[in-house]
Write a protein that binds this ligand. Structure first.
Ligand code: FAD
Length: 341
């Protein structure tokens, strides 16, 4: 890998990994820097051991849908390769239904698939950037520094703003304002290990309470098909309740969520539980562009679900289109802009 022409992608979520795979397939040298120790970002699959059972939980995104033809094609490829599959058909108010998709053994399976053959450095938090013509210097919390010819940054926008602010870049006010205007709902989630099956309202293994409820979503991961050797509920508070409860103790969050699902537990006993918090879960006001060129030379592009829609599909399309436009730029072709949706 030649360090001089390295394209650095910040973030190993869906936007970052799809951008990395597109660029690498086009012959570019790519390095993904990820602050956590896991792949997938908000696609998060966790294993909990309890009383001899291993229970697998999806505790971030629960499923995704595919409306755009490019994304549909990717999903078809993932299904053909055994990476993804249909979970259930979701009905709309006007009587139509469309499939929901999941990772074959949990959502991070898709991230792991995309990361195959790509160099991802985990536990590598980027703290700031500095221009070092003809490229960038990328500074890490660990104290290291890398050279990059171009950067695609896919961190949730408040975290991207932190990096850009620390970088003291001289950028147009309207770009800063647009970035700072993006806000996210948090999510408080409970992972609950059980010793047997439960009876959720939908046979596919989920329950979506009415709007205005404390709980936004419940799924049983054995019925979902990702936890063959253990039963367990993923319980997510609604955005409004998550905001109210975000700073409450784990015990308080557990108790109110347990009470909400108790009628469905039947004979099942709770073996163990963990509370997880997402400060930036769902974008409230996503942009109308696939990505944002923050700086043309050397290139600095921002991508992720904040730009193309607050879901897995939006993140993938944003990363994909950002990578395509960067390739055009590197090949001295026009069509560089902000990629309006
Ligand atoms: C609880 C929850 C439920 C959801 N439910 C659904 C759903 O059912 N369906 C759906 O389609 N979508 C859902 N979503 C939204 C979906 O998960 C996201 O839209 C999508 O995964 C975002 O992908 P991304 O690549 O843009 O960002 P992310 O997945 O957030 O990836 C960004 C990555 O950047 C990393 N990063 C941040 N700062 C730095 C730094 N300084 N240095 C290095 N790395 C950094 C982060 O650790 C992260 O891995 C849900 C999200 C949550 C949290």
């Amino acid at each position: 890998m030649s360090n001089n022409h390295l394209i650095v992608i910040i973030g190993a979520g869906m936007a970052g990994l799809i951008a990395a795979s597109k660029l690498q397939a086009a012959g570019q040298d790519v390095l993904v820097l990820e602050k956590s120790r896991a792949l997938g970002g908000r696609l998060a699959t966790r294993r909990l051991q309890s009383a001899g059972f291993t229970t697998v939980f999806d505790h971030g995104a629960q499923y995704f849908t595919a409306k755009d033809a490019r994304f549909q094609q990717l999903v078809e490829d993932w299904i053909a390769q055994g990476v993804a599959r249909v979970w259930f058909d979701k009905s709309t108010e006007n009587g139509h239904s469309y499939p929901t998709f999941i990772g074959a053994e949990g959502m991070t399976r898709i991230a792991k698939h995309l990361a195959q053959g790509i160099t991802v450095r985990k536990a590598a938090k980027v703290t700031r950037l500095a221009m070092a013509e003809p490229g960038w210097q990328v500074f890490l919390e660990s104290g290291g520094c890398l050279q990059a010819s171009a950067i695609i940054m896919t961190a949730p926008t408040p975290q991207a703003v932190d990096i850009l602010t620390a970088s003291a870049l001289d950028l147009p006010t309207e770009q800063w304002d647009a970035l700072k205007a993006v806000t996210y709902d948090p999510c408080v989630a409970l992972l609950m290990c059980l010793d047997g099956p439960v009876d959720l309202p939908d046979k596919a293994g989920y329950w979506q309470p009415e709007k205005g409820s404390l709980i936004g979503w419940v799924a049983e991961n054995h019925q979902k098909g990702i936890s063959p050797n253990g039963f367990g509920l993923t319980i997510q508070m609604s955005p409004r309740s998550s905001t109210e409860w975000f700073d409450q103790s784990d015990e308080a969050c557990y108790e109110c969520m347990r009470q909400a699902v108790q009628p469905y537990l039947g004979e099942a006993q709770i073996l163990d539980w963990q509370v997880k918090r997402w400060r930036y879960a769902l974008v409230k006001n996503a942009g109308t562009q696939y990505y944002q060129w923050f700086q043309q030379t050397p290139p600095l592009i921002l991508a992720g679900d904040a730009f193309a829609g607050p879901r897995v599909e939006g993140a993938v399309l944003s990363g994909l289109v950002a990578a395509e436009q960067l390739l055009k730029h590197l090949n001295n072709q026009p069509a560089v802009g902000s990629g309006t949706l």
